[in-house]
Every structure is written in C-alpha cells, then in structure tokens.
Design a protein around this ligand. Structure first.
Ligand code: ASP
Length: 318
C-alpha cells in the first residue's frame, strides 16, 4: 500500500505494515518501548498532542484496541471522541465518508477506524483532507497494524535476537488480520522461521503467507518454537456451516500444557484476545508462567502512543 508516508518519509496514515520501511518500524518500537512502565507505576503522560483531536470510529466490537487508543491519545494530551456507531447516522443511511467529513469539520486530526469491510480505512485515507491521518484499528481479515507492532514489541522484549527465533502462529490463520500483520512485521524485522499451524479449512490461500512453513499438526508446528501465537476462530467471518466443532478443535489444536512442552522450555505464549478458553487455549497456559498475554495489552497503549505521536508530530511542532 503506497501513500502511508509523507514526502519526508514520516508516517501519515497507518493502514498496513506491509512494505513499511524497517527503520520506521524500529523507530516506532523504540519509542513505544520507552513508554512502557511496570504495572503499579504511573504511565508517562505529556501535553505533546494538546489541541489535537482523535476520533475512534469503530463499527466492529473492540475492547482493548479502542480503550488503548483512547488512553494513548489522552496520555498525550489530545482530545478524544468515541463514535458509537450504532447510535450514529450511519444506521440512518449516512455513508462512512459523510461521517468522516463531519468529523473533519469538527477539527478531528486523526481517525482511528475499525471496520468489517475490506478497503474502508484505505478509502477514507484517500478522501480525507491533507492534514488528517487515518489509523486502521482492524480491517476485515486484512490488517491490524497496531496489533502487529505490539506483538513485535512483546516478542522483542523476550527474544531480542529475532533472526534466530522460530514463531508458530496457530489457529484461524485464514480469517486473521492479526496473523497477516504479524507476518509483515516479523518479516520486516528479519524473523526467518515463521510457521503457520491450522486445520486445512483454516489455512490461507496458497499464494498467501509465502515463505512460511505450513503445519496441519499442532505437534509438528510447535516443535522447538520460541514464540507461540494463538488465534481465535473468527466466527464472525464464517458461515455457520463452516464453524469447526469446539470440542474437536480443542482436541487437535487447543494449546494445553502438554503440547506447550514441545516448544522450547523458555517459549512465550501470546494471544491477541478475546480468548476462548477451552477452545484454542487451556486456562493453565493462558494464565501460566510462559504467557505474555497481559504484557501484550500493556504494550498496546505504548505502541498506540508511539503511532499517534509519529503521525501528529508535525502538528505539535507547528
Ligand atoms: N482482537 C483481535 C482483532 O480484532 C483478534 C480477534 O478478534 O480475534 O482482530
């Protein structure tokens, strides 16, 4: 996707991590890392984005992404509006772009958009005024760039030598924007061994995930992995008839402590959440010593602060 960068190389929109320069990704991760604090300590706050306005425009459910974008903006001193899409004019037939133009007229500087329809963040980005930035908070099955960045930050905190590690992404790869953005960022950072593990019906098309090894057996995919990233079955992107049976899925693909023992002893376990305990992951693993799932949530705010600072930096300097 072109058009995410300004002529000076700074980030204007964040719609996908595909083809984003490695140096820019590293810069965002370093800035995010500097904003991470241990739980119990007060998070960093500033007035760097005072006078800027960030709008959250979510037409699909979200807990962590929406709340962390809101907290990130507020901790940088920006004003935040959260559009309750069910209550908005979109249900009265107003088009997404008319809603966006309304927000633009209200001096919104950054639009954070989650939509179930492919292409919506890109269409908005192509139509907003030159001073407005668009940040994808999840586009259909296609991309979830801030999730990819927070996943990369979490992996780096535990496994700094990314070129030497093996990452197994397990579950509904076919419908997962999390897996796609993860692959883009891991590739950009030089991870060589990325495995995708799924039953045949949840595998992506053969032309996708090029260079990843494919495993229909969880046991073979987990062998000596350093990072195990579990995914939820994206029920909302499948017809009822396609849904795997939960018990059978758990029997073959659920991450239990016994199966996790096939990975390296110091392997970390990740999950973007929401989790379905007892379907893709056992509680003993989700809450166990190798889980970094709660670190991912904490890192999400830092990553979104880094991204907002990057796209709105020109405003604070003006
Ligand atoms: N929260 C993530 C997403 O929005 C993962 C999921 O929903 O399964 O894609």
């Amino acid at each position: 996707m072109s058009g995410q960068l300004r002529p000076d190389g700074s980030l204007r929109h964040l719609l996908t991590l595909e083809d984003l320069p490695r140096a820019l990704i590293e810069r965002l991760l370093e800035r995010a890392q500097s904003l991470v604090r241990p739980l119990g300590e007060r998070p960093p706050v500033s007035r760097a984005l005072a006078g800027c306005t960030v709008a959250n425009l979510f037409t699909e459910p979200s807990t962590r992404t929406r709340v962390s974008f809101e907290l990130a903006a507020k901790r940088l001193g920006a004003d935040v509006v959260n559009l309750e899409v069910q209550l908005s004019s979109r249900v009265k037939g107003e088009s997404m772009l008319d809603t966006v133009y309304t927000l633009q007229s209200l001096h919104v500087d950054a639009l954070v958009i989650r939509d179930a329809e492919m292409g919506v963040p890109g269409t908005v980005a192509a139509n907003v005024a030159a001073h407005v930035s668009v940040l994808s908070a999840g586009e259909a099955h296609v991309a979830h760039p801030t999730q990819g960045l927070l996943d990369a930050l979490t992996v780096r905190q535990h496994k700094p030598n990314l070129e030497a590690i093996a990452i197994a992404i397990v579950g509904d790869i076919r419908h997962s924007r999390v897996a796609r953005s993860a692959l883009h960022v891991f590739r950009a950072l030089g991870v060589r061994d990325v495995r995708i593990v799924a039953p045949p019906v949840l595998m992506p098309e053969p032309q996708e995930f090029a260079g990843c090894s494919r495993h229909t057996s969880l046991e073979s995919g987990l062998k000596d992995a350093d990072v195990v990233m579990m995914l939820r079955i994206q029920k909302e992107r499948m017809a009822q008839a396609e849904l795997p049976d939960a018990d059978r899925y758990y029997a073959s693909y659920g991450l239990t402590p016994e199966r996790l023992a096939l990975a390296r002893p110091d392997a970390i376990v990740m999950h973007p959440q929401p989790m379905n305990r007892g379907i893709e992951i056992a509680s003993a693993v989700a809450d166990g010593p190798q889980s970094v799932i709660r670190d991912q949530v904490r890192n999400g705010v830092a990553v979104r602060m880094a991204v907002l600072s990057e796209v709105l930096a020109w405003r604070s300097a003006a």
